[in-house]
Design a protein around this ligand. Structure first.
Ligand code: CTP
Length: 405
């Protein structure tokens, strides 16, 4: 597998040498791209000698390769053929350029052009690290799926003490191996995901709804796509833009979601029911807007339980994952739901916790199976999506072993 190491211009640039060696010990084919500033700290020749490949230092070839027409699109070729891009050290300037999508040198241009996972290991002065601009840029990149390996605290090259020292080689290596491992591990799977909150009409203007934003389901769709799966996203109304490459089936009511899910069930290998589904619908939907006149009672009837129906109709080899939003005794209710619904796992959400869950970009959940309860501490929904998919895939493993025997 091919890893491209981007080196930007910080004092920690020399540590990229150790990182290149660490990748090589993992039998990875390492290519190096350097920014202009990086070359003031370390010579391209060092990396060229180590890797046996020409180090790319510019968008423009000055040597005889200029005559090679392929070189004009080298940044695209390199971007497409790499399995991961890791930038270490990533300076504050580079982080800002990545966040804003600037493409004024080879590394920044390659970043925009690569479909591969990206890992950034920032290193800078503590004040630069703590600056709201840097932190906002990092959050933006993290939200877009870039993996950040945070710097460590300690004595910095500038003499100050605090966060900003490039992370240990091992930590960067682990992050890169992790993203490489995830690449295409869902190839061949068709993941059917429900997201958002369904709505039940009361009259032409009003509906019964819930606080689901759809962010968790969309993050799961995006993560599954990134990992090579075919994704069908059955989405109740949300304010989100669906990830490129997935098939979106828009629905509004629980009954519409049920029809869409059951219709697409035969082709799915993994079903993830992240949607918050309305449990009740008005028995009668008023044809005209209800007029205000004293107390109003709306009679409700239960909707179909889609998850239970999916479990009933499942075929061999299909994995069914439910979600549970609980406000009290989360673990007890979660376990009960898992058994009652017959899903392979339940992603348990304690929605009573402030600042996470509904409409937040972050969440903390427990992945419940009949045997285990794996707690995921608070993290971005994107990262959580990957962790959930990892657990989902691990449910397949014992079955595979049996099948192979
Ligand atoms: N679900 C479903 N169809 C419904 C209600 C829920 O498919 N009519 C699914 C949700 O998508 C979720 C799981 O069931 O994956 C649990 O949803 P939740 O609302 O937490 O549970 P309920 O079954 O509604 O139980 P309760 O409201 O009593 O907690």
């Amino acid at each position: 597998m091919k890893v491209t190491v981007g080196v930007s211009g910080g004092i920690a640039a020399y540590k990229a040498v150790e990182l290149v060696r660490a990748f090589q010990r993992q039998a990875l084919d390492v290519h190096v791209v350097m920014t202009e500033a990086a070359q003031r700290f370390i010579q391209p020749l060092t990396f060229a000698s180590l890797t046996g490949h020409r180090v790319i230092t510019s968008l423009w070839n000055d040597g005889p390769e200029e005559e090679n027409p392929a070189s004009a699109i080298e940044h695209i070729d390199t971007a497409i053929s790499t399995d991961a891009l890791v930038v270490a050290p990533a300076t504050a300037n580079l982080v800002a350029k990545f966040a804003q999508g600037l493409a004024d040198d080879f590394l920044t241009t390659m970043y925009l052009a690569t479909p591969a996972p990206v890992v950034l290991a920032p290193a800078m002065n503590v004040n630069m690290w703590n600056h709201p601009a840097t932190q906002a840029n990092l959050r933006l990149l993290e939200d877009r799926g870039v993996r950040i390996v945070p710097p460590e605290s300690g004595q910095l090259a500038c003499g100050m003490v605090g966060s900003g020292r490039l992370a240990e080689t091992d930590a960067i290596l682990r992050a890169v191996l992790d993203v490489l491992h995830r690449r295409n591990d869902l190839a061949g799977e068709t993941v059917l995901i429900t997201a958002g909150g369904t709505r039940e009409s009361i009259d032409p203007v009003r509906f019964l709804g819930n606080r689901s934003s759809g962010k968790m389901g969309y993050a799961l769709a995006e993560a599954a796509l990134r990992r090579g799966a075919k994704v069908v996203l059955v989405s109740a109304p949300t304010a989100l833009r669906p990830p490129l490459g997935c098939e979106v089936v828009p629905v509004t009511t629980t009954e519409e979601m049920r029809t869409a899910v059951l219709g697409r069930l035969p082709e799915a290998t993994i079903i993830v029911k992240a949607a918050a589904v309305a449990d009740y619908r008005p028995v009668v939907q008023a044809e005209q807007k209800l007029k205000r006149s004293g107390p109003l009672t709306i009679e409700l009837q239960p909707t179909e339980d889609i998850l239970a129906e999916v479990v009933q109709r499942r075929r061999e080899g299909q994995l069914v994952i439910g979600f549970a939003a609980e406000t009290e005794n989360a673990l007890v209710h979660g376990r009960d739901k898992l058994l009652r619904k017959g899903a392979d796992a339940i992603v348990l959400n304690d929605v009573s916790r402030e600042g996470i869950g509904f409409d937040s970009d972050r969440n903390a959940v427990t992945f419940l199976t009949r045997q285990t309860a794996i707690e995921f501490p608070e993290m971005t929904k994107r990262e959580l999506a990957d962790r959930i998919l990892e657990e989902v895939m691990s449910l397949r493993r014992p079955q595979k072993v049996v099948a192979e025997q």
